[in-house]
Structure formats: structure tokens, C-alpha cells
Design a protein around this ligand. Structure first.
Ligand SMILES: [Zn+2]
Length: 186
């Protein structure tokens, strides 16, 4: 059993978020903080202040879920919030962020397993397939872009040490466990 801690009502917010139709969500996106030691609070403060995405700051944290290295998991936003994390995909994508610096070393297994369980639970609740769990770097128009007729890798997020095919297998395995992924609201 894994507990999902809802901190959506206490995280810093910059302004009222845009609201979307949850039924339009067809993609779960894995991200990383790419900052050594940043937790969910530092990430939310960065997103809601003047930053690389917007000089006015984003309305809210970009990620609906956040997973710490020890597997502790947070709900940061209701699913209906259209947050800013993947540009042209923001209407249809929901973000899961790892507290991970995207270095040469892969994240701890405990963190990846927790994130896979969380993604499995999301996939099940949203009626999607594990193949709809994508790394930020895999999304065309934000992770990869076409420039001059060529595909150019713009982002490495969630980090090149994470094998997204292996992660999707972990999600599929979690879905097949008796009783499912076992994520519960704390
Ligand atoms: Zn990302």
C-alpha cells in the first residue's frame, strides 16, 4: 500500500488556474525537477514566481503529482487544473514529477517503483494504456521539436538515465498485480 498525500490546498499558487475537462486527459507525463535536493515546496515556489517559463510565473506548480526519492508521494493539483508543464500538450497531459537531478545515476528504485505505481493507478482511473505514459523528452513539440525538417532533442527530462520503455513495463506490471497498484489517498 502506498499513501498519496494531498497538499494541493496548501502549496503556493500565483493566480487562479485554468480549468479543463478531465475527460480530455490521454497522456501521463513523467518529469524530473533536474535540481539537486529540490523538494515539492521549492519546485512550487519556483514555478509560481518569475521563471524560465514565464516572467509573471505560472499560475500553479506544473505537476499534478510529485514523488520524493524515498517514494513519498504528493497530490499537488486536482486533475481538472490545466497546469503548465508540456506546452502544446497541457490540455491533454497530466504530469508526475520525480525529485531527481537527472544526473548520470538513475533515481533510486524505491522512487521509480512508487512513480510506476502512481502512474498505473492514473492509467487505470483515466481508462488509458501504459503506452500513454511518456517521458517529457518523448513529446513532440516540447521534448523533441522539428527544426529545418529534422527532429531535434530539446529536453532530456526526466533524465537520460531513465529508460522509459522499462518504466512503462513497470507500470504494466503494477496494473497486473492482484489488487492493482495499491495507491490510496492518505
Ligand atoms: Zn519535464
Amino acid at each position: 500500500m502506498r499513501w498519496l498525500h494531498d497538499i494541493s490546498r496548501v502549496l503556493p499558487v500565483n493566480r487562479d488556474p485554468e480549468i479543463r475537462d478531465e475527460a480530455g486527459i490521454d497522456t501521463v507525463v513523467l518529469h524530473c525537477t533536474a535540481m539537486p535536493g529540490w523538494n515539492v515546496w521549492e519546485t512550487a515556489r519556483y514555478h509560481t514566481s518569475s521563471n524560465h517559463i514565464s516572467p509573471d510565473g505560472c499560475p500553479t506548480i506544473g505537476y499534478a503529482y510529485f514523488v520524493e526519492p524515498d517514494g513519498l508521494m504528493y497530490r499537488c493539483l486536482p486533475r481538472a487544473v490545466r497546469s503548465w508543464h508540456v506546452g502544446p500538450w497541457n490540455d491533454r497531459a497530466i504530469g508526475v514529477c520525480l525529485a531527481y537531478d537527472a544526473g548520470e545515476e538513475a533515481p533510486p528504485d524505491e522512487q521509480l517503483e512508487a512513480a510506476a505505481d502512481l502512474c498505473a493507478d492514473l492509467v487505470r482511473e483515466l481508462g488509458l494504456e501504459p503506452r500513454r505514459v511518456l517521458g517529457h523528452r518523448e513529446l513532440e513539440g516540447t521534448g523533441v521539436v522539428v527544426e529545418g525538417g529534422r527532429m531535434v532533442q530539446r529536453k532530456e527530462c526526466p533524465g537520460k538515465a531513465i529508460d522509459m520503455d522499462r518504466f512503462r513495463r513497470m507500470v504494466a506490471d503494477a496494473l497486473e498485480r492482484p489488487g492493482g497498484a495499491g495507491v490510496k489517498d492518505a
